[in-house]
Design a protein. Structure first.
Length: 226
């Protein structure tokens, strides 16, 4: 077990509390926007990589998709099964226990920064996606003012871990090249993540402003399996 794995095992029982903070609260809203927009009408199985406690499961179910979660943390998977009754599996390294082409869509939120071999993982995700299947991943926007501030004061934007714990850092150009080299095409920025404390109706004006790289918390990238 590596340090990151043990970190998430320790935090599993309280992980749902993260969805009250500014880094996580808009995540399911953006997932709904993705499924109800460019993916409207898609059917089949949805794979949540780094599923945690399966907070995204109800969103997928609402759109008629079969939810399947995977995580390296045994405690996270146990919490997901107990709290939400989902199909969830513990995975080792980049080996996904599913048949090739069996998934219609997949998502991976703020996981790739903590992976030793991101190319290997992306190739495995591509394998289990059906041709043309869609993949939504997020990367932390390390160039934002929030990220810069969190280096001075840990937890400033509500992240439950230190940015220094990330093994790699990505911007859109770098992640697009990585996706292209590992079986994906058409990668584009779907949205910039908007901190929850400015996503209420009275701050809707900020949604456009948050497209600025200095103001968004994370970058949501949409890509298609080649």
């Amino acid at each position: 077990m590596d340090d990151n794995e043990s970190l998430f095992d320790r935090k599993a029982s309280s992980w749902d509390e993260n969805y009250n903070n500014i880094f996580y609260r808009d995540r399911n809203a953006l997932l709904k926007e993705w499924l109800g927009g460019p993916l409207k009408g898609v059917q089949g199985s949805a794979l949540d990589i780094g599923c945690g406690t399966a907070q995204a499961s109800q969103v997928y179910r609402d759109f008629g998709l079969e939810y399947i979660g995977v995580d390296r943390s045994r405690n996270m998977v146990a919490e997901a099964k107990q709290k939400r009754g989902v199909s969830a599996f513990v995975v080792e390294r980049a080996r996904l226990p599913f048949e090739s082409g069996s998934m219609a869509v997949a998502n991976m939120f703020n996981v790739i920064e903590f992976v030793d071999d991101p190319g290997e993982l992306l190739r495995e995700i591509r394998r289990v996606l059906r041709p043309g299947g869609r993949f939504l991943l997020t990367i932390t926007n390390h160039n934002s003012l929030l990220a810069l501030g969190s280096r001075v004061k840990r937890g400033l934007w509500g992240m439950p871990y230190d940015l220094a714990e990330a093994k790699s850092r990505y911007d859109f150009k770098k992640i697009r090249a990585l996706l292209s080299a590992n079986g994906f095409r058409g990668a584009h920025v779907f949205r910039h993540g908007i901190p929850a404390w400015i996503s209420s109706n009275e701050f809707r004006w900020y949604h456009e402003a948050a497209r600025n790289v200095l103001l968004s918390s994370s970058i949501y990238v949409d890509a298609q399996a080649s």
